[in-house]
Design a protein around this ligand. Structure first.
Ligand code: HPA
Ligand code: ZN
Length: 332
């Protein structure tokens, strides 16, 4: 399978990555120790053994628990820097990162402690390695509209550091319509919008995200395939899906990688991208997601190149920079 060699080397953008989901157990233990926060797990191995999920909620419970040890600006810096080092290894040259401020402000951590730590790491990685990035602030959809408005207001002084807003956490029972007014206000303030939809939730939630939240791309969106009219729309309007193959297997959205609909979506003309979601919890970073999808679905070299080109085409980079990277990929 010689064509798989290109996966590591080809330039890629990552568009669906939760920074709190890059928290590797080793770093989690290190930060817990220095912040003197007791953990219910005795070792790195014991923590890793708990990463057996049967749905989204079973993952979220442990993901929020892990984030509890992040206290100081330095903690957020170290977390982000560790992820950016992995980007370098996988030749991810551009990344659009989600962060969940409510996970931290609800514990008494200041909004700017979290934002500044992440942002400083992004700046250093750009200066040292040329990795470019954008930040996307997510609202936790299991919390109220009021709480989302409060978080949006906290973000207003930092518009220069946050490009877009998104919607994550427990999907079923918390449809996009719950946040229609928050997203309208965010747009009026100049933020771009994205939303998780159609991961566990029905295709109806994708319609709502498109029609009520005016989103620029759909995070996950794999359940779009259940609705022909919706498929027609996302193909015609070239609405990207930020698909996360390993995440979908770990959270039992598909039973095994060979059952994943990524190749089907791609062949029907959907603008599909490959991303890692929460790599520390789901067993691999961007490169590993490309590799495991390519092996199980028998993706050929052209399909791998298309996925990498889509990752730039679907990004929030300028047209000029998108074209630069797409031309680079074309040389392969
Ligand atoms: N879905 C919803 N919320 C999340 C996810 C996800 O895959 N990862 C982190 N928060
Ligand atoms: Zn996600």
């Amino acid at each position: 399978m010689k064509h798989l060699d290109i996966i590591k080397k080809i330039p890629k953008a990552e568009l669906h990555l939760h920074i709190e989901g890059t928290f590797e157990p080793e770093l989690l233990f290190e930060i817990a120790t220095r912040n003197k926060i007791p953990l219910r797990f005795k070792s790195v191995e014991e923590l890793r053994e708990a990463y057996n999920f049967h749905n989204l909620q079973s993952f979220l419970d442990i993901y929020y628990e892990g984030a509890n040890v992040l206290i100081e600006e330095r903690d957020f810096y170290d977390l982000t820097m560790a992820y950016l080092k992995r980007c370098r290894e996988d030749n991810v040259v551009h990344t659009e990162i989600f962060f969940d401020p409510q996970t931290h402000t609800s514990r008494g951590i200041l909004f700017e402690t979290c934002l500044n730590g992440i942002h400083k790491a992004l700046k250093d990685a750009q200066e040292e390695w040329g990795i470019t990035s954008h930040l996307i602030m997510c609202f936790l959809r299991h919390l109220s509209e009021d709480e989302a408005f409060k978080t949006l207001n906290e973000a207003l002084p930092f518009k220069d550091k946050i490009l877009a807003v998104g919607l994550d956490s427990s999907e079923v029972g918390h449809p996009p319509s719950k946040f229609e007014r928050v997203f309208k206000r965010a747009q009026a303030e100049g933020f771009l919008t994205v939303a998780h939809a159609g991961e566990e939730g029905p295709a109806e939630y994708i319609w709502e995200a498109l029609d009520l939240l005016s989103i620029k791309r759909i995070d996950h969106g794999v359940r779009a395939i259940e609705d022909d009219k919706l498929m027609e729309r996302i193909i015609q309007e070239k609405i990207p899906l930020t698909v996360c193959p390993l995440s979908n297997i770990k959270l039992c959205v598909f039973k095994q990688m060979a059952d994943h609909n990524l190749k089907k979506l791609l062949s029907r003309g959907v603008m599909v991208t490959i991303n890692s979601d929460d790599p520390a919890y789901f067993g691999g970073y961007a490169g590993q997601n490309y590799l495991e999808a390519a092996l199980a679905l028998e993706l050929d070299e052209e399909e791998i190149k298309t996925l990498a080109m889509n990752s730039f085409a679907a990004s929030f980079l300028s047209e000029e920079i998108k074209n630069h990277w797409i031309q680079e990929i074309n040389k392969w």
